[in-house]
Design a protein around this ligand. Structure first.
Ligand SMILES: Cc1cc2nc3c(=O)[nH]c(=O)nc-3n(C[C@H](O)[C@H](O)[C@H](O)COP(=O)(O)OP(=O)(O)OC[C@H]3O[C@@H](n4cnc5c(N)ncnc54)[C@H](O)[C@@H]3O)c2cc1C
Length: 419
């Protein structure tokens, strides 16, 4: 990068929404830079929604999303999500059943099995694939953007960190540190910006999000005049491990409920027999059970604390657990728990920020009067309105792939117009 370089497109955020945007923008031939201070939540995406299973359709997916969103979804964004999801069916080598049909899980909030994966690690896999294919085509910077300002049609992002190229970035950053190099604070300039900084759930003490997710991008967008919505809406994941300590904070995938897993209180009594309950209903019911004095003490907090409940998968066919939930089985085995025979101690934890920056279906960031802020786009968990007040399981992965691509294409088109 030459001193004073102005990129066509700057992507802030290195999760799937950001990298997907970078991929789409770079394929349009514009110059692209990406800056991020971690990988965010995206590597943890196990599976995502594609409405191609038996009895499923785009309309059914739309219905499920709107119903689960508790009246707060933006219908135009839901339409983009659910229609865009169809294109993903042919894009990835999804798990298949022996008869060739999609191997699907039924996420909480979906009326039919809809979640596809490639061995339960689609997030990390897709990120690695995009980075590999873009190696050398996108300038990558490792660091935290602290402010974003717009001056004479050019955005200036102040960031602190290290410059890097491609996948060797982390290693380079480490070697700079090892050589006694200082963190550098400087500005990145671009004519168009895509904000993809994820949510703010990393701010909570007990959360399954990494701490760098603090809502920075939302603040930057607000400083440029963006409207925000549903900022009090956070989705709790009902089943986040409380113990053993080594896996504390790692969620257990809730699709197990549809395979026969159940919740039990401190007396071993089953509660919440409604398997169709949504994530918000599940979390509320668990908190109510704990508040009623039926919680299971968190071993770290002393005998009197009643912080969790048992998530019991011992009724699930062990062969299903070992095939569809191999990662979970292995993770617990590594800390001495056999989940085919013993329940897991879990509690609800902040998992997804549902509110955020207001966008339109082209991912343009909007002001309060619904006019777009020229040159500013956003995609992924930083935005609000797609899931309303309650996200169905598996829809965030779909969201970042669908909206990330739109944001990147729109950003590139906007940058090209201005050249
Ligand atoms: C444990 C876990 C499991 C999940 N599993 C699933 C699943 O199976 N299916 C599903 O659909 N959803 C799942 N989700 C939700 C999903 O992972 C997220 O909603 C999605 O990954 C958000 O993607 P994103 O690209 O918008 O943000 P993120 O992936 O969170 O990325 C945000 C990026 O912005 C960067 N950033 C933030 N602030 C700054 C700053 N100031 N400067 C520079 N960079 C910054 C971060 O470092 C990161 O690179 C899961 C979430 C968690 C926590």
């Amino acid at each position: 990068m030459e001193q004073g370089t102005v990129f066509d497109v700057l992507v802030v955020g290195g999760g799937l929404a950001g990298w997907r945007a970078a991929e789409a923008a770079a394929s349009s031939g514009v110059s692209v830079a990406l800056v991020a201070n971690g990988a965010g939540n995206s590597p943890d995406i196990h599976a995502l929604n594609v409405p191609v299973g038996p009895g499923d359709s785009v309309e059914r997916y739309i219905d499920d999303t709107i119903r689960s969103g508790r009246g707060a979804c933006d219908p135009a964004l839901v339409e983009v999500l659910c229609r865009g999801a169809l294109a993903l069916a042919d894009e990835f080598p999804w798990d298949r059943n022996p008869d060739g049909s999609f191997g699907m899980l039924q996420p909480v909030g979906c009326s039919v099995p809809r979640c596809v994966s490639i061995g339960h690690h689609i997030g990390a896999w897709a990120l690695a694939k995009i980075k590999r294919e873009l190696d050398g085509k996108v300038e990558v910077f490792h660091g935290r953007v602290t402010t974003l300002r717009l001056e004479d049609g050019v955005f200036h992002a102040k960031w602190t960190g290290f410059r890097a190229t491609g996948d060797s970035g982390a290693a380079r950053a480490l070697s700079v540190r090892a050589e006694g190099g200082r963190r550098i604070a400087q500005a990145l300039s671009a004519r168009v910006v895509v904000l993809a900084t994820g949510g703010w759930c990393g701010k909570y003490v007990f959360s399954d999000n990494p701490p760098e997710l603090r809502g920075d991008g939302i603040k930057m967008a607000q400083a440029l005049g963006a409207a925000v919505r549903d900022m009090d809406a956070v989705q709790y994941e009902p089943t986040v491990a409380l113990a053993p300590a080594f896996i504390r904070g790692i969620p257990v995938i809730t699709t197990m409920l549809h395979e026969g897993a159940t919740f039990r209180n401190c007396d071993g009594k089953e509660f919440l027999p409604d398997k169709q309950a949504n994530k918000d209903e599940l979390s509320r019911a668990i908190f109510a059970e704990i508040a009623a004095g039926h919680g299971v003490p968190d071993p770290r907090a002393g005998a009197k604390a009643q912080a969790g409940v048992w998530f019991d998968a011992t009724g699930v066919d062990p062969s299903i657990l070992r095939s569809r939930y191999a990662d979970t089985v292995r993770r617990y085995e590594a800390v001495g728990v056999d989940i085919t025979r013993e329940p897991m101690l879990v509690a609800p934890a902040p998992h997804t920020s549902l509110g955020g920056v207001v966008i339109d279906p082209r991912c343009r960031v909007l002001r309060a009067d619904s006019s777009p802020i020229p040159g500013l786009f956003a995609a992924g968990e930083i935005t609000g309105g797609v899931h309303g007040l309650n996200r169905i399981g598996g829809s965030a992965g779909t969201e970042v792939l669908v909206f990330g691509r739109i944001a990147g294409s729109e950003a590139a088109a906007y940058a090209s117009e201005g050249r």
